[in-house]
Design a protein around this ligand. Sequence first.
Ligand code: TXA
Ligand code: MG
Length: 347
Amino acid sequence: MTRVWYVKPEHPDPAALAEAASILRRGGLVAFPTETVYGLGADATSPRAVHGIFQAKGRPPDNPLIVHFAAAGDLPSLSATARRLAASFWPGPLTLVIPRVPAIAPEVSCGLDTLAVRVPDHPVAQGLIRRAGVPLAAPSANRSGRPSPTTGDHVLADLDGRIDGLLDAGPTRVGLESTVLDLTVDPPAVLRPGGISLEDLRRILPETCVAGLAAGPARSPGIRHRHYAPRARVVPVEGAGSGAHAALKAMVIRLRAEGLRVGALLTAELAGADLGADVVRSMGSRADLAAVAAGLYAGLRAVDEAGVDVILVDCDFPSVGLGRAIRDRLARAADLIPGPPPGSGVQ
Ligand code: TXA
Ligand code: MG
């Protein structure tokens, strides 16, 4: 049985937080909102609790977890560079990969000598971590491979009955996962684009680069696995300019002629037109990337639940700022970002 507490995002009921915290202290699993997506929390100092996360999610055993702290001050060993970033972006959607911290269960890092840490910007997450009195290991609270949950209902759709509790505080604000920045390499490398953009990071650390597969997939274990994907096949569509509508319509006709049910998740600029798709959902105006990001996973799940075979997704966003993170997630949902080649020495 998964216990659900419905709480106000800004003023969560202290009694609900206290109950959830006591479950965590006993080694249980509680999902909670952060500003990015819902996380599945467990006591990061307990190997048994951490193991429970991998079981509940069906997570590959080689994909390490992010540990969530209430404040940067709870991480006394941060380097000067990490402290500068923390001062600018914490609490917020930035995860830093640093050398391992002794108090944290090694199972969190899956055999790596590094640890991913962040301070989430959400009163429920903050209140829960403080009351639990321990840092919380928390991957996104979805079944492995599925889109991250941005509402409590998404968490239950994937994990009801598999976890002890859920603090449901409504939709999350950012909607995409945190940016993961590896500070154990020189220059620092973005392993996953997210809520804090490359441009934001370069204002503090101008040398920041983006890790490609060439930079070593072993440093970024999560990129090997299919991710963020609904059940239907996701087909990204480029070119929202003139002619996009006709091209989309031709694609829908071709797919339907093959007997497929076709869904479309499109920016508002395209969604209004009659395409002949079975299901069409708008993901907001391309002029407002924050809104597109916030609604992206809910949109993918909703079109998927309509029982389509294929989802055409408008991915014509600029590769800057939040656009880079949106494009990255859509490419992964479509399985367009490959793992390392076989025999490359990286499992
Ligand atoms: O916004 C977020 O980051 C959310 C919320 C709940 O905080 N969490 C999240 O966790 O997205 P998860 O587990 O779904 O993604 C963590 C990513 C994975 O790609 C994982 O491989 C990477 O961080 N990661 C974790 N530890 C790492 C490490 N030591 N070195 C390199 N990458 C690491
Ligand atoms: Mg995840």
